[in-house]
Ligand binder design. Structure first.
Ligand code: SAH
Length: 213
């Protein structure tokens, strides 16, 4: 099945609008309303086909999760995963992360995950990388003061860039791993890309960072 140009993607999302929130900009400062319980809110940017967000939803019923993915033909895969997981604490948004401040109020989010973000290796595309300082400005605004950003990738260049971008921004880097899978962390929920790249022998890098007060 070709995943590009799915004419039924809009219908599928409309039919499941309890999961794919169709009017997300109206929910700024009100995200708790779309979940059954008021609890911490974690956001994944670039959820792809949703294995991480569906798995995290199952593993952490005490957290509400939102997966943000801008590509329609990809987010429908995430919708299927979330429906199959029968978990009540995951919602999806089909938008671009450019507009995070229009989607979330100041301090509305507790944690942000960036998993296998597009590396944009050419330096003229630096501002598209999700760890570029303009994105960090947004994360700082929407995150609670004690909130954090967790970043996983197989891409060494993007990891090196991100460590310096986050630290130049003044963030505190915690839990840096240059070979996440060597830790055998039973709580690590693997993404689709993570499975694919680690099967090829690529080490997986991970870092968590916080904004200083
Ligand atoms: N997290 C998934 C997919 C990684 S590929 C995994 O690890 O398997 C990166 C994904 O991020 C792609 O699906 C791409 O469409 C999405 N993405 C990239 N930039 C984005 C942005 N600015 N806003 C929303 N989604 C974005």
């Amino acid at each position: 099945m070709r995943l590009r140009h799915k004419p039924w993607a809009d219908d599928y999302m409309d039919e499941n609008s309890q999961i794919v929130v169709r009017d997300p900009f109206n929910l700024k400062d009100k995200w708790n309303d779309v979940f059954n319980k008021e609890q911490p809110l974690h956001l994944e940017i670039g959820s792809g086909k949703g294995q991480f967000i569906a798995g995290m939803g199952k593993q952490h019923p005490e957290v509400n999760f939102i997966g943000l993915e801008r590509v329609k033909s990809v987010i429908v895969g995430a919708l299927k995963k979330v429906l199959d997981a029968e978990t009540e604490n995951v919602r999806l948004i089909n938008e671009d992360a450019q507009d995070l401040r229009d989607l979330f109020a100041t301090s509305e989010v507790d944690h942000i995950y960036l998993n296998f973000s597009d590396p944009w290796p050419k330096s003229r595309h630096e501002k598209r990388r999700l760890t570029f300082h303009t994105f960090l400005d947004q994360y700082k605004d929407v995150l609670k003061r004690e909130g954090a950003v967790t970043f996983k990738t197989d891409n060494r260049g993007l990891f090196e860039y991100s460590l310096s971008s986050l630290s130049q921004y003044g963030m505190v880097l915690e839990d840096i791993s240059l070979d996440l899978h060597a830790l055998d962390d039973p709580l690590n929920v693997q993404t689709e890309y993570e499975e694919k790249f680690s099967a090829k022998g690529q080490p997986i890098y991970r870092c968590t960072a916080r904004f200083k007060e």
